[in-house]
Design a protein. Structure first.
Length: 319
């Protein structure tokens, strides 16, 4: 019987599915597993089911040993995995695309609404116990109808976010490595542009691109300065795509109107200047945080691991 290691808490249904066929060592601590404990546990494993909080690098792969066949990440992003190191060792790496598309798009659109309508500010005002009174100019925000959404990275989540924005009466432009299928582009009324044009014309910029060397600090001081001073920036992709220090300065100085962030450059730490600003919405990486989505992610990761251990093609290979 093969041995699998699950590096963090995942829904029990996925663990039961793995245990039906294999011996499984699952970390059940409320906190993330420590590095030394992780290296100890993976020794001799045939499969590692990993969370994005764990770094799967050459050190870990070597600690596991040459029998390791698969690393199944319970996430669509896989910047925590050294994919070339896996490939070099003949280890299959997998992820969980598709199943978290709608949930993450919901969060993106929620952040758009919270930022543009200043809902976070209003909620903090109520909870603080401060006196307030309705007035014509009280907490005025910005409407979405007739405005332009700029989507950076038009994969499944970007398309789902654009679909929601269209329902709010927004126009859509996008920047992506490849052209949208003409039928989808027509459905969304989406026009492909380069990043410079997208930043210039958009009233809301929403980031949905993968993270890697090419997208590290893709949005920095120069890009923020290119945006309208009435524009908003939303990020549900990966934190380091934005230079947080530059964003804090831009928000403080009125270079852009506001922002909504679900992910951060050095999670769980948030740039301290952002914490003091009213015009940014901050939520703790909730993009896929529904019972249904997290269960589907864990089940797909289990299916990926089981397929490789059985000698079959996994549903969602990376390498």
């Amino acid at each position: 019987m093969s041995r699998g290691v699950v590096t963090g808490r995942i829904p029990e249904t996925a663990i039961e599915k793995l245990r039906a066929e294999h011996d499984v060592d699952a970390w059940m601590g409320s906190e993330s597993i420590g590095r030394e404990e992780l290296l100890h546990r993976v020794a001799g494993a045939d499969a590692v089911v990993s969370l994005l909080t764990e770094r799967i690098d050459a050190e870990l792969l070597d600690a596991a040993g040459p029998q390791l066949k698969v690393v199944a990440n319970v996430a669509v992003g896989y910047d925590n995995i050294d994919v070339p190191a896996c490939t070099e060792r003949g280890i299959v790496a997998t992820n969980t695309p598709g199943v978290l598309t709608e949930a993450t798009a919901d969060i993106a659109m929620g952040l758009v609404l919270m930022a543009t309508r200043r809902l976070g500010e209003g909620e903090r005002l109520i909870r603080s116990g401060q006196a307030w009174k309705w007035g014509m100019f009280f907490l005025l925000g910005s409407s979405l109808q007739g405005k332009t959404l700029g989507v950076v990275g038009m994969g499944g989540i970007g398309q789902a976010t654009a679909r929601r924005a269209k329902a709010f009466g927004m126009d859509v432009v996008y920047q992506s490595r490849s052209e949208l299928d003409p039928a989808i582009a027509a459905e969304l009324g989406a026009r492909r542009v380069d990043l410079d044009e997208l930043l210039t014309v958009s009233d809301v910029v929403s980031l949905h691109c993968p993270y890697g060397p090419a997208t590290h600090h893709l949005i920095g001081a120069e890009q923020l300065a290119a945006m309208k001073n009435s524009a908003y920036l939303v990020n549900t992709a990966r934190g380091p795509i934005i230079d947080e220090a530059a964003l804090a300065s831009a928000l403080r100085d009125g270079v852009i109107a506001g922002a909504g962030l679900d992910v951060f450059e050095r999670e769980p730490r948030v740039h301290p200047e952002l914490l003091d600003l009213e015009n940014v919405v901050l939520v703790p990486h909730l993009g896929s945080a529904t019972v249904e989505t997290r269960t589907a992610m864990a089940m797909l990761a289990a299916d990926n691991a089981l397929a490789v251990l059985s000698g079959d093609q996994p549903p969602a290979p990376i390498n």
